[in-house]
Write a protein that binds this ligand. Structure first.
Ligand code: HPA
Ligand code: MG
Length: 256
């Protein structure tokens, strides 16, 4: 009976990802579309994909394979081009975690630009933020999310964005504090418009309620790594978005 099949393998049996039901497409109250990864979505067994040997012991499962990220990004690129029309944009990458989504999204926009009747002139820019951890941080695991103030520590001065249409590209909105503060810093330099594209939006009770304009996937409240998302700088060299396990957390924790 189907019930005896480990849910992690259901996908290979049915030829479908377990989250590919009509339920997985969600339009939230602000009319933004995303793929919802449910809390009980077991994702995929590590053995079903290629994982670097050095991380095999440190991961629970694959949650979003890189190919699916790529396909979702293609659609976000189309939505962005349709929304911006022919207005020039500055695509602003938030380093380091945003670099994979940023390059893949820019590449998809470039494909549309050279193959369709309409195209948007694009400039690229990069910033790096540092957030300061408060001692009373609510982060649920050691070293993970930070809740303190942010500071721009790299890239051009935000002043160069005055009067521009800016598309901020982030890897993940977790509590939303970092993005809220970045948007405040942005507002101070008076861009013409600001939109935010985030590959992931986490369902967390610690959310300040911020919802980005373009969302790839809404994900459970788990610590995710891979596709440039890190845990203390490790796992950026992992292709798929995976759930870290307790062994990985212990192995790569900051010990002082
Ligand atoms: N993974 C990596 N970085 C993060 C996360 C996460 O789940 N949440 C906030 N920053
Ligand atoms: Mg990080």
């Amino acid at each position: 009976s189907l019930q005896l099949i480990d849910p992690r393998f259901r996908c290979s049996v049915a030829g479908l990802s377990p989250n590919m039901t009509t339920n997985s497409m969600k339009i939230n109250t602000s009319g933004k579309s995303f793929i919802k990864i449910a809390d009980d979505d077991k994702g995929y067994h590590l053995d079903q994909f290629c994982i670097p040997k050095h991380y095999e012991e440190d991961l629970e499962r694959v949650l979003i394979p890189e190919g699916l990220i790529y396909d979702r990004t293609e659609r976000l690129a189309r939505d962005i081009v349709e929304a911006f029309g022919t207005e020039p944009i500055v695509v602003l990458c938030v380093l380091k975690g945003g670099y994979k989504f940023f390059t893949d999204l820019v590449d998809k926009i470039k494909v549309i630009n050279r193959n369709s009747g309409r195209s948007i002139p694009m400039a690229v820019d990069f910033i790096r933020l540092k957030s300061y951890m408060k001692p009373e941080s609510e982060s649920y695991y050691q070293n993970e999310s930070s809740t303190g103030k942010i500071e721009v520590i790299g890239g051009d001065n935000l002043d160069s964005l005055t009067g521009k249409n800016v598309l901020i590209v982030e890897d993940i909105i977790d509590t939303g504090r970092t993005m809220k503060q970045l948007l405040e810093l942005m507002a101070a330099v008076h861009p013409k418009s600001v939109k935010v594209a985030s590959l992931l939006l986490k369902r967390t009770p610690l959310s300040v309620g911020y919802i980005p304009d373009y969302i790839g996937f809404e994900v459970p409240n788990l610590f995710l790594v891979g596709y440039a998302l890190d845990y203390n700088e490790f796992f950026r060299d992992l292709s798929h978005i995976c759930v870290i396990n307790s062994n990985g957390k212990e192995k790569y924790s900051i010990k002082d």
